[in-house]
Design a protein around this ligand. Structure first.
Ligand code: ADP
Ligand code: MG
Length: 254
């Protein structure tokens, strides 16, 4: 139904051929591949429904302000922008190699040698953002994209939807946001946060790249719940499916 309401801006249709192929979806957007009719170059177009982001317009304008102001090989940058009654269409670099998330699922894990160059890519992008007083706040393997399909493809950071531009170097952010599993404790505690949250997320990303799973996956997460009233009890924990992995010989029936 929502798709039917979408009228692609005529200028966008004039300049780009939009592929049916969906590159990815996130919490707010659908991203498709498109081709510039004049140059034949391929790009990505992030389509955001105005209805879906109603009440969160500030987030979109911050995302656009950041996209317009950044230029770095490890950051997805803006090419073109269109707007219709129902949607906003953000044309950016195409990252042909897809998400680090998908590669991680395929590979299982990375060697330290392979991880090191990718982590350096992420850090170069983060350092640039921080130098420009931008905090990303949603670094995770779904928002890290390979520029191309080659074995030595570089990583590019995308999705500035939760990012913040600091008004001063010591501005403290308060709004809780991010993705469970990657979000820093100071964000959840709502005691004020800033640039360091991106380094925490990177820590989780590096762990995940090397091990193939996040340090807070399911079972452990339940034990490390900050709010003690919500923390798993010993009886609940014993019922967790993780124990099906245990060597049954050691289980003493009572
Ligand atoms: P959201 O704000 O809804 O999370 P994202 O910007 O993260 O949207 O885009 C959603 C997904 O679309 C990404 O996780 C990725 O798989 C894909 N995607 C986004 N931008 C690009 C791009 N420039 N090139 C290729 N795929 C992309
Ligand atoms: Mg995203």
């Amino acid at each position: 139904k929502d798709e039917e309401d979408f009228v692609i801006p005529s200028e966008l249709e004039k300049n780009y051929e939009i592929s049916k192929k969906v590159l990815g979806t996130g919490s707010f957007a659908v991203v498709k591949e498109c081709t510039n009719k004049q140059t034949g170059e391929n790009y990505a177009v992030k389509i955001i429904s105005k209805r879906v982001i109603r009440g969160k317009e500030q987030m979109l304008s911050t995302e656009l302000e950041i996209l317009k102001s950044i230029k770095h090989p490890n950051l997805v940058s803006l090419y073109d922008l269109y707007e219709s009654k129902n949607g906003v269409y953000i044309v950016t670099d195409l990252a042909k190699g897809g998400e680090l998330f998908s590669q991680l699922l395929l590979k299982g894990s990375y060697t330290e040698r392979d991880a090191a160059s990718l982590v350096r890519n992420i850090l170069e992008g983060v350092a640039y953002l921080h130098d420009h007083e931008i905090v990303h706040r949603d670094l995770k393997p779904e928002n890290l994209l390979f520029k191309d399909e080659s074995d030595d493809a570089i990583l590019m950071i995308t999705d500035f939807g939760l990012s913040k531009i600091l008004k001063s170097q010591d501005e403290i952010l308060m709004t809780a946001c991010g993705t469970p599993g990657y979000v820093a404790p100071e964000v959840l505690l709502q005691i004020g946060h800033g640039k360091p949250v991106d380094l925490w997320s990177l820590g989780i990303i590096v762990y995940t790249m090397l091990c193939g799973y996040t340090p807070f996956y399911d079972f452990i997460d339940n034990l490390l719940t900050y709010d003690s009233s919500k923390r798993i009890t010993a009886r609940e924990a014993l019922k967790h499916p993780w124990f099906s992995k245990a060597n049954n010989v050691n289980i003493i029936e009572t």
